[in-house]
Design a protein around this ligand. Sequence first.
Ligand SMILES: NC(=O)c1ccc[n+]([C@@H]2O[C@H](COP(=O)([O-])OP(=O)(O)OC[C@H]3O[C@@H](n4cnc5c(N)ncnc54)[C@H](OP(=O)(O)O)[C@@H]3O)[C@@H](O)[C@H]2O)c1
Length: 279
Amino acid sequence: MRQAPACVIHSLWAQPRSSISPQTMAAASHRCSSVLITGCSRGLGRGLVEGLATAPHPPDLIIATCRQPEGAQELQKLRKKYNNIRILQLDVVSEESRQRVVQEVTELLGDQGLNCLINNAGENILASLDDVTAENMLQVYETNTVAQLMVTKAFLPLLKQAAQLNHGMGWHRAVIVNMSSISASIHLVQDKDIYLQIYPYRISKAALNMLTKCLAADLKVDGILCIALHPGWLKTDMGGDQAPMQIEESVPSILSVLAHLREEDSGCFLDWKGEIVPW
Ligand SMILES: NC(=O)c1ccc[n+]([C@@H]2O[C@H](COP(=O)([O-])OP(=O)(O)OC[C@H]3O[C@@H](n4cnc5c(N)ncnc54)[C@H](OP(=O)(O)O)[C@@H]3O)[C@@H](O)[C@H]2O)c1
């Protein structure tokens, strides 16, 4: 991939990301060889797979995981079209499934390790203060927080392997992306805000944000960067029809943010434009 000289990259990094043209950003970006995404059967996960496959400098390997590969028709169509996509079965809440997929991914990657893990799979249950129960809290917490930690732990040896083979910090080396939500921002909570209808979800994502911060602090020494990302309010099964943005609008912007991550972004909560979201 054509890269801009280091001085150009550093001067770009001094500017707010939103003020840099997509062309200039593309010239300064790093290339990532392998990406694994969870929850790719539909929605944002599937959109990220397509965005990566059609990028100007696509990864060598895009590992799209989902609970039921045979039922994921749109994803299967993408695999037939792009030969760098592999689909593997992964239910993020299942230890057996996590262990199996790590073995399969290790075989696929050889000794190159994994450059980028995107913890995208997620679940929302509508529950206001009146409706919230221990059961729906625990179910969403397991999918959105516990599973992200366990998936990350399972892939850590492969992320460390990739980090050992490269220098600097970024997705050319090793990155963990936790798909969070602006609804998890404690700073932005308001009286009667719409997210008071989703207690389990926003609390699980706030915990995911803490996990992000812990991972960033713990893994810095290994050269692994970790961020929480708000992808925007998107028209998906989860986001609903009223969402202002299509997946196709968010994905190129997310990929640009990922391609330009730098050391000081680790442990940050960013949105799809690369702007900081207050914790
Ligand atoms: N859409 C938005 O506006 C929005 C805003 C902020 C953050 N996010 C976050 O972005 C991510 C993707 O959201 P989305 O809008 O694409 O949601 P979505 O349309 O509801 O899709 C959710 C995906 O997660 C998968 N999933 C759920 N539980 C899983 C499990 N146990 N194992 C493996 N996969 C599982 C689903 O697979 P199945 O098909 O098998 O159910 C599906 O592929 C989520 O983490 C979400 O919290 C979305």
